[in-house]
Design a protein around this ligand. Structure first.
Ligand code: IPE
Ligand code: IPE
Ligand code: MG
Length: 252
């Protein structure tokens, strides 16, 4: 099993259009797919789920779609916080949060604080997140420390750099899933995805379910990860691998 799964939840608008519905109904349906995915990841022992909810580029969408999304994030967070707490989920929001509406920022602080000691899955929601912004922001923080004389620039290495990213403390994603058939990264986790396996599915995000997730995991388990070497570097502890019978049972 991947220790960390990242998902680019794409295709909400096309899902809605195919049903003759307004785009925003696709976003609403997408929330249900995210809840299902989080629960499955948690049940199957995946340590972290990082989901791309809103990119720094998504502000360029029509104003009414952007406001619908912000209101949706607020409502869902308010409604689901109790369940997240009970289910031991540790939720965090990654991105430039200061640009978000005030009420959403308050809910984010509350949700992060109320779940920070939880021992279950790490659930990271990338909101106003951009990979390039994250890298520039990390560089700024390191430069400030160097300018204050607290850090010798010659000592900056990959670990020190990664510690300034929003994902500090999290292992890099092993598997990236992108739905809706698009074969691009769209400014997501540019640093962290360096050696992630990539699974693209044509399924639109609101239709992403147990079968689609199982297919992605089985695809992941068939990969030979070499990390630049010649030997497949398989996880030593492979006891979590999905049993073929379980996969058949799930209809994949
Ligand atoms: C992904 O679905 C959700 C967000 C980017 C917020 P889209 O809204 O991009 O759906 P499509 O790609 O237009 O179908
Ligand atoms: C990526 O989807 C961002 C999120 C899923 C939040 P987009 O729909 O914004 O990406 P592009 O525009 O197709 O690259
Ligand atoms: Mg899209």
């Amino acid at each position: 099993m991947p220790a960390h799964l990242a998902v680019i939840m794409d295709g909400n608008g096309r899902w809605a259009k195919a049903r003759g519905l307004p785009r925003v109904m696709g976003h609403r349906a997408g929330v249900e797919a995210l809840k299902t995915t989080l629960r499955l990841c948690s049940d199957w022992g995946i340590g972290a789920l990082t989901a791309y909810a809103f990119s720094t580029e998504n502000w360029s969408r029509p104003g009414d779609e952007v406001s619908f999304l912000m209101t949706l994030f607020e409502r869902v967070l308010q409604r689901e916080l109790g369940a997240l707490e009970r289910e031991q989920v540790r939720i965090r929001f990654l991105g430039d949060l200061e640009a978000l509406p005030q009420r959403l920022q308050e809910l984010i602080v509350e949700a992060s604080e109320r779940t920070e000691k939880n021992k279950g899955i790490h659930f990271n929601v990338c909101t106003n997140y951009g990979g390039r912004h994250e890298l520039v922001y990390a560089a700024q923080k390191l430069a400030e420390r160097a300018a204050r004389g607290e850090l010798d620039p010659a000592l900056i290495d990959e670990n020190i750099f990664a510690a300034e990213l929003f994902t500090a403390g999290e292992v890099d994603p092993d598997l990236l899933i992108r739905t809706s058939g698009e074969r691009r990264i769209s400014n997501f986790l540019l640093w962290q995805l360096a050696y992630a396996e990539i699974h693209v599915t044509n399924v639109f995000w609101p239709d992403f379910d147990v079968v689609a997730l199982t297919k992605a995991l089985v695809d992941y388990q068939s990969r030979s990860r070499r990390f630049g070497g010649l030997e497949p570097n398989k996880r030593l502890d492979n006891t979590n691998a999905l049993e073929p019978t379980a996969v058949r049972h799930l209809g994949a």
